[in-house]
Design a protein around this ligand. Structure first.
Ligand code: GLU
Length: 494
C-alpha cells in the first residue's frame, strides 16, 4: 500500500511551493489508492507556532486536500505532531548509542567553530572532525564535571551514498561530504534529520515526495534508514518553484502564501489546478483539470527536473476561467462575506436581497477575475453611488439635468421595467429630440451608478428596479452640485 506524507513545519503560512508538495503527495496517494498522511514537524520550538499549524490545516482543507491520518483525523501511527513523539526519538537514539551507531559529543559551539575555521583553511572541508567518537570514561566524566551537555551524533560510515530519485535519477554523494551529524540536540530534542527518518520509518512511508531543497539531506536520511534496518522509501524530489526572474519565489514577487491568495479572492479549485502545473505536465498539454482528472492523469515520471516558474498572470487568467464556470449561486455564497465586510450587504440578508445580488453576479460574471472583483463591480447597485466631481465635470452639460428629468418622466410611465422596453423608450426620446447618444447615455449611467463602467445600462436599470432607478435620478436632478455655476452647472464648456 502506498503511504505518503506531507510534513510541514508550522513556522509560517503555507507557501505555494509547499502547497504544491502537499498536492502532489495527495494526488499520488489518491491515484494509487494509497494513504495520505499529514505530519506536523514542530520540533523547532522557537519558530513553530500553534497559530501557523492551524492556519496550514485550514488552508490545506480550503484547497480541498484531505488526509487519511494526521491532526484532526487520527490514525494508527500517531501521534502526528513531532513534539508529541519525543519519547520515540529518544528511545531510538538510545538504541543507536548502545549499538555503537551514535555517540555523545561534548564539544562546545566555540570549539566546533574554531576547528571548523581551521579545517576550512587547511583542507577546505568544514564537517565535524569526529573528535568525540572514542572518548574514554575519564574524559566523559571530566566533561560532565564541567557541566557540559552532550549532543548525540550519528557515526557516519566512510562511503559514498547513492540516491535513486524517481524524478532526478541517480545522484551520488561522496562519503567525505557527510560528517558525523547531530541526531539529538543538547536540549534532548531530535534534529530535523532524525525526526523525519524515525517518523517515516515508524509511519511506514513508502514514498518521500518533497522539494529539491531536501535532496542534499537525503544521503543522511538513507544512512539513518539503514541504521534502523528499515526498508528504504522511494524518493522523489520535485523541482523548486521560482519567480519569473528565476530567483526563489518570495514576497518580492507578490503573494506567496495560500492564505494571501485566499484573501485576494482566488477560488480553491483554480489554485489547485494551477499548482498541479508547477513542475508537472500532462502528456497532451491539457492545462485545465478537475481534481478527478488530475488524479487519473498524474504520474511522478512526468514531473520536471527543471524549476517551475510561478506566473501570477497565468494564475489570474485561470482563476477568471473558473470564475466563469462557477454558478452564480456559489459565487454569491463565496462573496457574501466580502460584501458584508464592505457594508454592501446586511449581516442578515433577506431572500429578496440575495436573489437580487445573485442576478447582479450573473449579469457581471464574465468580467470577474477574482471574488474581490464582485464587490467592486456590483457594489454600486447595492448602495447609493458616490459621485466623483471629475466625472460630473466631464460628462454633464447644462442640458443634462433637463434630459435626466425627461427620462425620469418616461420611466415613471413605464408599466414594465424590462430592459428592452426601457431601451426602446429612451432611444425614442433621443430620436424625437435629436439627442446624441453620448449626451444621454454617459450621464444617465453616471447618475445611476456613479461610474462609467458596468454592465449594460438598461439591464442595470431593470435590476435596480423602477423605484430605485427613479429615486437615484431624482437625487441627481435635485443635487446642488449639478445646479451650481453661473453658466448652468459644472461641465459647461468655457
Ligand atoms: N518539515 C520539512 C519542511 O517543511 C519537510 C521534510 C520532508 O518532507 O522530509 O521542509
Amino acid at each position: 500500500m502506498v503511504r505518503v506524507r506531507f510534513a510541514p513545519s508550522p513556522t509560517g503560512y503555507l507557501h505555494v511551493g509547499n502547497a504544491r508538495t502537499a498536492l502532489f503527495n495527495y494526488v499520488f496517494a489518491r491515484k494509487n489508492s494509497g494513504q495520505f498522511i499529514l505530519r506536523i514537524e514542530d520540533t523547532d520550538q522557537e519558530r513553530s507556532a500553534v497559530k501557523y499549524e492551524q492556519a496550514i490545516i485550514e488552508d490545506l482543507r480550503w484547497l480541498g486536500l484531505d488526509w487519511d491520518e494526521g491532526p484532526e483525523v487520527g490514525g494508527n501511527y500517531g501521534p502526528y505532531r513531532q513534539t508529541e513523539r519525543l519519547h520515540l526519538y529518544q528511545e531510538l537514539a538510545e538504541k543507536f548509542l548502545q549499538a555503537g551507531l551514535a555517540y555523545r559529543c561534548y564539544c562546545t559551539r566555540e570549539e566546533l567553530e574554531g576547528r571548523k575555521q581551521q579545517a576550512l583553511q587547511e583542507k577546505g572541508m568544514a564537517g565535524y572532525d569526529g573528535r568525540c567518537r572514542y572518548l574514554t570514561q575519564a574524559q566523559v566524566a571530566a566533561f560532565h564535571h564541567e557541566g557540559r551537555k552532550p549532543v548525540v551524533r550519528f557515526q557516519v560510515p566512510a562511503e559514498s551514498i547513492e540516491v535513486n530519485d524517481l524524478i532526478r535519477g541517480k545522484v551520488v554523494f561522496a562519503g567525505e561530504t557527510i560528517s558525523d551529524f547531530v541526531i539529538i540536540k543538547s536540549d534532548g530534542l531530535p534534529t530535523f534529520h532524525f525526526a523525519v527518518v524515525v517518523d517515516d520509518f515508524l509511519m511506514g512511508i513508502t514514498h518521500v515526495i518533497r522539494g529539491e531543497d531536501h535532496l542534499s539531506n537525503t544521503p543522511k536520511h538513507i544512512l539513518l534508514f539503514r541504521a534502523l534496518k528499515a526498508r528504504l522509501p522511494f524518493f522523489a524530489h520535485m523541482s523548486m518553484t521560482l519567480g519569473p526572474d528565476r530567483t526563489r519565489l518570495s514576497k518580492r514577487h507578490g503573494a506567496t502564501s495560500i492564505r494571501a491568495f485566499r484573501q485576494a479572492g482566488y477560488l480553491p479549485e483554480a489554485l489547485f489546478n494551477y499548482l498541479a502545473l508547477l513542475g508537472w505536465a500532462s502528456p497532451d498539454g491539457q492545462e485545465i483539470f478537475t481534481r478527478e482528472e488530475l488524479v487519473r492523469e498524474f504520474s511522478l515520471e512526468r514531473c520536471s527536473k527543471t524549476a517551475a516558474i510561478f506566473d501570477h498572470n497565468k494564475l489570474l487568467w485561470m482563476n477568471g476561467l473558473y470564475m466563469r464556470k462557477t454558478s452564480p449561486e456559489r459565487l454569491l455564497q463565496l462573496s457574501l462575506p466580502l460584501l458584508q465586510a464592505q457594508s454592501l450587504a446586511p449581516q442578515e440578508p433577506t431572500a429578496e436581497f440575495l436573489a437580487k445580488t445573485k442576478q447582479l453576479i450573473a449579469l457581471e460574471q464574465e468580467k470577474f477575475k477574482t471574488l474581490s472583483d464582485i464587490p467592486e463591480r456590483i457594489g454600486f447597485f447595492l448602495k447609493t453611488p458616490v459621485y466623483d466631481s471629475k466625472l460630473i465635470e466631464k460628462y454633464f452639460t447644462p442640458q443634462t439635468r433637463e434630459i435626466l428629468a425627461e427620462i425620469e418622466v418616461i420611466l415613471a410611465d413605464q408599466e414594465s421595467f424590462e430592459h428592452h422596453k426601457l431601451e426602446e423608450a429612451i432611444r425614442t426620446l433621443c430620436q424625437e429630440k435629436a439627442y446624441k447618444p453620448a449626451q444621454v447615455f454617459h450621464p444617465l449611467r453616471i447618475a445611476l451608478s456613479g461610474t462609467t463602467k458596468g454592465p449594460g445600462l438598461f439591464e442595470m436599470m431593470e435590476i435596480l428596479g423602477k423605484e430605485e432607478t427613479i429615486g437615484r435620478l431624482q437625487a441627481v436632478i435635485k443635487n446642488e452640485t449639478f445646479r451650481s455655476g453661473k453658466d448652468g452647472g459644472p461641465g459647461t464648456p468655457p
